[in-house]
Design a protein around this ligand. Structure first.
Ligand SMILES: NC(=O)c1ccc[n+]([C@@H]2O[C@H](COP(=O)([O-])OP(=O)(O)OC[C@H]3O[C@@H](n4cnc5c(N)ncnc54)[C@H](OP(=O)(O)O)[C@@H]3O)[C@@H](O)[C@H]2O)c1
Length: 313
């Protein structure tokens, strides 16, 4: 069968016409296997074209919501792990949009520096600092102090960002480091969401949002990073279930990035597969209220495609 005959598949105006062409080729050429392959190829091509168009639309054409309007700035945004990296970039971004920010971190001096920097570009922003080491968050009463600081605020957005990561062969990790990792990467998301969900889901005319930091590694059996990958899977599964329970009142965004240039990804440089925390946060926030579970940045969608097709499938 010549190439021009194949092109007919793409110009068919209806399914009937498409199947007629298929039948005609099958009888004429007596080459049913080739015809079936051509049909399968067409289906795959159409599917991938839609996937590609979706990727372009989501990442480059569709604009983000006006978050100040949607969530009612100047309400409060709570960010965990806000002293550095992605959390700090979220705190900066929301403050620049006119929100007040609660900075939660374990290192008081680093958090105070973040507050100073925010005051530098938005002197009107109200900022609150809560010092908390989430490695202790399994201890009874740990969240009581946090609750008393948050209970009277009009909170519109919770960013469950805090996370810890240690790469390496499983047996080389200390029991304490594993315990800390599981604690920090899972418990704060559950506990803070539980603490604030009633408040967030009953805001009245303004909606609320919860942003949870998972990771691209949660999609794979990530060797040398298995506990982290499992903890990040926990974050995603919990978000997906909460979307079923509260998605009509709260916008959930579960982010699953690849490399973002922070302390956690030390040694990585900006490239086709890695982006800065600022760019990542700006791009992710364009997806808020449009999507529920996404990589966050277009570069990481490309990475995921690469992993799906070339490494794991
Ligand atoms: N960077 C990436 O490539 C990447 C990829 C996928 C997912 N993520 C996720 O993104 C989130 C943010 O990570 P990041 O890249 O921004 O890392 P980062 O630069 O290391 O920042 C982590 C933040 O969490 C804080 N933190 C860590 N352990 C804490 C504890 N026990 N108690 C209180 N605060 C604690 C850190 O405080 P200090 O300033 O005191 O250290 C810092 O503010 C994490 O959930 C991570 O799993 C990151």
């Amino acid at each position: 069968m010549s190439l021009s005959k194949y092109t007919k598949y793409f110009t068919a105006k209806s399914f009937k016409e498409y199947y007629d062409i298929l039948r005609e080729h099958a009888t004429k050429d007596q080459s049913t296997p080739r015809t079936i392959l051509a049909a399968l190829g067409t289906v795959v091509l159409i599917r991938q074209s839609f996937r590609f168009l979706g990727f372009v639309y989501r990442n480059f054409l569709r604009g983000g919501y006006d978050l100040a309007k949607r969530y009612g700035a100047p309400s409060w945004v709570v960010v965990t792990g806000a002293s550095d990296g992605i959390g700090k970039a979220f705190a900066f971004e929301f403050a620049s949009l006119g929100f007040n920010v609660v900075i939660i971190g374990r290192n008081k001096a680093k958090c105070e520096k973040v507050i100073e920097e925010i005051k530098g570009f938005n002197p009107k922003a109200e900022l609150k600092l809560i010092v908390a080491d989430f490695a202790n968050s399994f201890k009874p009463g740990f969240y009581d102090d946090i609750y008393s600081e948050l209970k009277d605020l009009d909170i519109s957005v919770l960013v469950n960002n805090v996370g810890d990561n240690q790469r390496g062969l499983f047996a080389t990790k200390t029991p304490k480091s594993l315990w800390d990792l599981v604690t920090v990467d899972t418990l704060p998301q559950s506990a803070l969401t539980h603490m604030l969900i009633r408040k967030l889901s009953t805001r009245g005319k303004n909606r609320a949002a919860i942003i949870n930091m998972s990771s691209i590694v949660s999609d794979y059996n990530f060797v040398y990073n298995c506990v982290y990958a499992a903890a990040k899977r926990f974050d995603e599964i919990q978000t997906r279930a909460l979307i079923e329970e509260y998605g009509d009142k709260v916008d959930f965004l579960c982010l699953k990035p690849g490399w973002v240039l922070t302390q956690l990804a030390i040694g990585i440089r900006e490239a086709w597969n890695a982006t800065t925390a600022q760019k990542f946060v700006k791009h992710s926030l364009k997806q808020l209220a449009h999507e529920n579970v996404v990589k966050g940045h277009w570069k990481h969608e490309v990475v995921a495609l690469h992993l799906d097709y070339f490494l794991w499938s």
